[in-house]
Design a protein around this ligand. Structure first.
Ligand SMILES: Cc1cc2nc3c(=O)[nH]c(=O)nc-3n(C[C@H](O)[C@H](O)[C@H](O)COP(=O)(O)OP(=O)(O)OC[C@H]3O[C@@H](n4cnc5c(N)ncnc54)[C@H](O)[C@@H]3O)c2cc1C
Length: 457
């Protein structure tokens, strides 16, 4: 029981812009967890803390850290159904299942997130047009409600509560366990085709062509890196990567079908030159150099995990932005809103906010989750040094643009959005609030994000 006592800890979001000194509880057993929940009037649930802003930081009350509840409960190698505790990392799931030919159908840009965090943010991968979001591969989840009841939810069993929890940012209860449907793969390798583009039009055209193929193949991934420093006629030029699963026939004979690609310890991680290295000059130099070095080429074979989660090799990324950290501004707009992408890039360039990293992905069909991020269209993410956003409202004009185009910002990454625009961006928030209130009538669940954006009823 001693282990379950609250401890004072300094916590931050992954972008390091928001910090809180708070009481943290890590209850290992269900009984201790229930006791903790009943004892605390205000609770914020936290996974691996990889959301960029304040989604897993408290406004009021304590934090419930779920990372100690990380057991793989069962894995059926015949059906690919995995039952796992919500605090397990995707990395641990992949370590266990990939060598036997099963993969998670949806992996975000890092494997170092928990299953609970992936469900609560309904994360998307680079294969969204074919595979949808993480929540669409959850058979059921066990939810601890604020009255201490544990209920099993699925799309067929209290669908409203299930879809309010998928993408519900930890505000409907504690996800304890989930059953996930994995997908068969022939190998742990992918084939990458790369194309370098010279303008935003060319980049969009390349991504559109890939999205048609993605819709037919859930295992086809695509991402465009944009040269954030390019402007004028070259604005939006970049490197478009398309990946698809390699079969054993695609591999040279000496290559094993499942590579040992675990990213363990720090040995294999690339280090960055030093803390605070990101500046206007280094961004300009690095972006230009990357574009020039990125030659178009077909049929390069890569380990699947390296292709899907490249940022796991640069753990020090936030430190490179200095003491004040980084803001990632990610939004989605419908297919016809592609003009917004150009306007955003122009706005950032003309306001001296050239992003250190700019990525564009295709999104496919949406989900039933009223707070889920993904809508069909495009999603653009830009990494900006927080020290450049002198005024809190520096990105407000972009919020307006995005909302007017029928788009939305990604709550899991947010630290700056205009709260007034949230109901326009998430028009089904009222039905989500109705279900949230049914699940948590006493208002126990909270978070910095929920309080800042007024998400709760
Ligand atoms: C380098 C990097 C790349 C990324 N790439 C992508 C990407 O490609 N696509 C994408 O969609 N996202 C991406 N993300 C965002 C990330 O996937 C999400 O923020 C994810 O939710 C983080 O999971 P976590 O376990 O760290 O959760 P935390 O950050 O700790 O929490 C996130 C939310 O989940 C809730 N939560 C956590 N655990 C539970 C639980 N057991 N029960 C109920 N609620 C819970 C929290 O309350 C919080 O609201 C990326 C993040 C990083 C750092």
């Amino acid at each position: 029981m001693m282990l379950d006592a609250p401890r004072t800890q300094d916590l931050a979001g992954w972008g390091r812009t928001v910090h809180r000194t708070t009481q943290v509880r890590r209850p290992t057993f269900d009984t201790a967890l229930v006791e903790a929940v009943l004892a605390e009037p205000k609770i914020t649930v936290r996974g691996a803390g990889r959301s960029y802003g304040d989604a897993a930081l408290p406004g009021a009350g304590i934090v419930l850290d779920m990372t100690c509840r990380d057991r793989i409960v069962s894995f059926d190698e015949g059906t690919g159904v995995l039952v796992v505790e919500a605090g397990a990392l995707l990395k641990d799931v992949i370590d266990l299942t990939l060598p036997s030919g099963w993969k998670l159908p949806v992996v975000p840009g890092t494997e170092r997130v928990t299953v609970g965090g992936a469900i609560a943010s309904d994360v998307h991968g680079k294969n969204h047009p074919g595979a949808g979001s993480f929540g669409q591969h959850v058979h059921w989840l066990a939810l601890l409600r604020s009255d201490a009841a544990i209920v099993q939810l699925s799309a067929g069993l209290d669908a409203d509560a299930f879809w309010a929890t998928v993408g519900g940012m930890g505000l409907t209860g504690v996800i304890l366990r989930a059953a996930l449907q994995l997908e068969r793969v022939d190998t742990g390798w992918v084939i990458r085709n790369r194309r370098r583009t010279r303008s935003l039009d060319e980049t969009l055209e390349a991504m559109r062509a890939i999205s048609v193929r993605q819709e037919l193949d859930p295992d086809r991934h695509a991402i465009a890196w944009l040269d954030g420093h390019a402007h004028g006629r070259t604005l939006g030029r970049g490197i478009v990567d398309e990946f698809y699963g390699a079969s054993t026939l695609d591999l040279p004979t000496a290559v094993p079908p499942f590579p040992e690609t675990r990213i363990t310890g720090t040995r294999r991680r690339r280090s960055l030159p030093g803390p605070g290295i990101v500046s206007r000059a280094t961004i300009a130099a690095a972006s230009t150099a990357r574009w020039h070095a990125g030659r178009s080429m077909n049929s390069q074979v890569l380990p699947l995990r390296t292709a899907l989660s490249p940022l796991d090799r640069v753990e020090a990324w936030p430190a490179a932005f200095g003491r004040r950290g980084l803001v990632q501004y990610q939004f989605a707009v419908p297919p016809e809103g592609s003009g917004v992408l150009r306007e955003v890039l122009v706005y950032l360039g003309t306001h001296g906010m050239t992003p250190a990293l700019t990525t564009l992905k295709n999104l496919g069909f949406g989900t039933a989750g009223p707070l889920s991020f993904s809508i069909p269209g495009w999603t653009l993410a830009v990494d900006l040094p927080a020290r450049w956003l002198h005024r809190l409202d520096a990105l407000r004009p972009l919020d307006k643009l995005v909302a007017s185009a029928g788009g939305r910002v990604y709550l899991a990454k947010d630290s700056v959005t205009d709260p007034e625009l949230v109901p326009r961006m998430y028009p089904r928030i009222w039905s989500w609030q109705h279900t949230q209130q049914r699940l948590d009538p006493i208002g126990r669940w909270t978070s910095g994000l929920a309080e800042r954006l007024g998400l709760l009823p």
